[in-house]
Design a protein around this ligand. Sequence first.
Ligand code: GLU
Length: 318
Amino acid sequence: MTAHRPLPDGHDGPAAGRFAPSPSGDLHLGNLRTALLAWLFARTTGRRFLLRVEDLDRVRPGAEDRQLADLRALGLDWDGPVSHQSQRRAGYDEAIGRLASAGLVYECFCTRREILQAPSAPHAPDGAYPGTCRDLTPAQRAERRAARPGPALRLRSEVAEYTVTDVLHGEYTGMVDDLVLRRGDGTPAYNLAVVVDDAAQGVDQVVRGDDLLSSAPRQAYLAATLGLTIPEYAHVPLVLGPQGKRLAKRDGAVTLADLAATASDAGAEPGAVASRALATIAVSLHLAEPGEAVTTETLRGRFSPSALPRGPWVYHPA
Ligand code: GLU
């Protein structure tokens, strides 16, 4: 047993890792592999493991239940009830309120198109918000409010970049712009929600796909601005499909349900399909030999972050 870690920010349980799926469809092998890695990182460091459903947008009916069933079938477990971002709005509002009191929030009336067409600010990196609404006068703001209700709220960022430390990538510096905190339709933005939730839930270890590495600096900066502990990051390689692009539904049998439907022994119990998927993922992580049957407990005994393959895994659906 690993000793429990000290608690960040006065939480009364051990620190935690988490998996935070968006319930927009079934998890594919790449998502399941990331979930397994998040579980292994947490469970081999004495952390709790939490499951958080990021359901502020892109919700497909039934997807959450199937995602949870697939994670259980793989052999993953988690501590406490599953949390839902849609139930945590008060925390996001409170964080925005605190930033606003510090003068760090402004209303943005820009459409997506205006942002794309605006000349970028000098020295601003590509894709950064050009700052159009950052310094509007009260009169300009009143005029825009009348013309276009429902502004988004942006963070008045005081840096252009920020550096995070990642277990797999080392020091990583990335862009921070005036990111959106609340969208014009009132939905809290992902970058805010993830930062507020991780801190509120005692999450001090964030393991997720490396497509989110470039978001880590702005999230860490936001956490620091809110006075919250910045978690340890591990951005794990994505799984690619046969075309070398991120694995997707169009690549064929990529979810447990697909694999069950195409299994040569069709009618095999779903548990057998999940066990085979776990074995395939374990081989891709160099944690098992081809053909070897494994459980999550076996993998837990073998896991070591430093021995993880650093490149993407190319998956060829049968
Ligand atoms: N909900 C995000 C996703 O499914 C993950 C966010 C995170 O892990 O920080 O891509």
